[in-house]
Design a protein around this ligand. Sequence first.
Ligand code: AMP
Ligand code: GLY
Length: 428
Amino acid sequence: MNVLLLGSGGREHAIAWKLSQSPKLSKLWIAPGNAGMEQLGEVVDVKVMDFDGVVALAQRIHADLVIVGPEDPLSAGITDRLTAAGFRVFGPTAAAARLEGSKDFANQLMANAGIATSRSQTFDDPDAAKHYVRDCAYQVVIKADGLAAGKGVTVCNDTTEAEAAIDRIMVDRAFGDAGVRIVVEERMYGPEVSAHAFTDGVTIRHMPFSCDHKPVFDGNIGPNTGGMGAYSPPGWLDDTTAEAIRTDVTELAVRAMADSGNLYSGVIYPGMMVTANGPRVIEFNGRFGDPETEVLLPKLRTDLLEICVAVADGRLSEVPVEWDDVATVGVMIASGGYPDAYETGKPISGLDSIDEDVQVFIAGAKRDAQGRIVTSGGRVLCVVGRGASMDEARTRAYDNVARISFEGAHYRTDIGATADQPLEAVAR
Ligand code: AMP
Ligand code: GLY
């Protein structure tokens, strides 16, 4: 099969790496890809939001399947465009991707389906929103309704912070049109877990649970990032809660989407918070998480290409999906200064000294004029170790992290450190 993968991050490197193991793969193209994927397929410089370019590329290579990595093209309707052009696509339609693209849509779906989440109220008018937060009996979280590259959320400690966030989103339009409408949510407390599943809209194949570490520094200190690392599985998540997430969240959501006429196909990934009152949805995502994918796919025993084709064709019931019962830890190495301003173009050394059973997934690196691999993004690469235990996986990952270097490189030293602690001890 000829496969076109859209995206350019560590998530897409992990997907490309897994696809390349498939006996069914004839050739893989990745657009726009990155330097890490050159050995796995042909990297083509077409941007994911250039829909005409994507369709033309799919036609030129006679793609049998297009896999969409990131959320923006999904919300903008890349699946619909490609499907109309006759292609088989892995990823939800624009109507289904509203589950991630519109917090308001997701909240209404959850209310109708009886899925537990925080109380919330939607506003189109900043004054009404401010009035509401002033009178609110609980702490709030302010969210831009639309997609804001993961940055449209402010967890507020008091009313002043809440009002400032409303102004930033609705008045200053810090996230453009994503802030025409905001959602004010009740603030929840507890550790977070990512619940991924494959679905064709009817059949659901749950993936192992995983967790990412968003704050930039050890101990969850500092500003949020795109994710400084991830691990799987969380030992602190008990079986009852895990089952409640599978049945009362993921399965209910997929059924509610089908019932509403928006068959949901692709990856569904509710971001969950495990609160004192049980698991609650923070948000739904309509794609693989990053960096969760980097720690999930190394455990996948089944052919990823076979799964993606079955999902796209609505035949997932015919494909059992199996996972290795191992622990994985992925440590992200970032550019100096990230998540604030950082420099790029720093040569990366040590990539040829990595152990065979350890994966390095490139998130932001390119080849310079001399052919060297140099940094090109804030998050540069993710080093993934696996082991029979979380401790073994951590040791494998960090042993290899220590061999990689570039000027200004920094990473957290505590990825996965709380994985096997009791729930009460798992810091957020
Ligand atoms: P999101 O972009 O919706 O994933 O939100 C980013 C982060 O904000 C989440 O990972 C949580 O840590 C936090 N967050 C979002 N909503 C809530 C909430 N209702 N209560 C507490 N924290 C939240
Ligand atoms: N790991 C968070 C996300 O992919 O949205």
